[in-house]
Design a binder for this molecule. Structure first.
Ligand SMILES: [Zn+2]
Length: 106
């Protein structure tokens, strides 16, 4: 758990205009491509989908915990996104996310 935090794998992507943010947490197993997008309520990883959404065995996945720990330890890397970058990111993430994470269009 803490190894995710200690190697500074948690970033905050923040929209400079609205101040909205989400966490980008790099996984441990599959290199740089294994990056999940979390908020306090959702994560794009398969474990969240299985253990939290479906079976309700857990309240959080390890990425969400890592994000919370990173906040409390002040070990976050903050990346400011311009509006167009933010939209691109959301579009990209929406495709990767399982159904419960999809935002309603509107
Ligand atoms: Zn996760």
């Amino acid at each position: 758990m803490t190894d995710i935090v200690d190697s500074r794998k948690v970033s905050v992507m923040r929209d400079v205009v609205t101040g909205q943010f989400f966490f980008s947490v790099r996984g441990q197993n599959h290199g740089d491509s294994d990056v999940y997008t979390c908020s306090f309520h959702h994560c794009s990883c398969p474990a969240f989908h299985k253990q939290v959404t479906q079976s309700k065995q857990s309240i959080y996945c390890k990425h969400q915990l890592a994000a919370r720990i990173a906040i409390s330890l002040n070990k976050l890397k903050i990346e400011e996104l311009q509006q167009n970058q933010w939209k691109e990111m959301l579009n990209k993430q929406a495709k990767q996310m399982p159904v419960p994470f999809k935002q309603k269009n509107g």
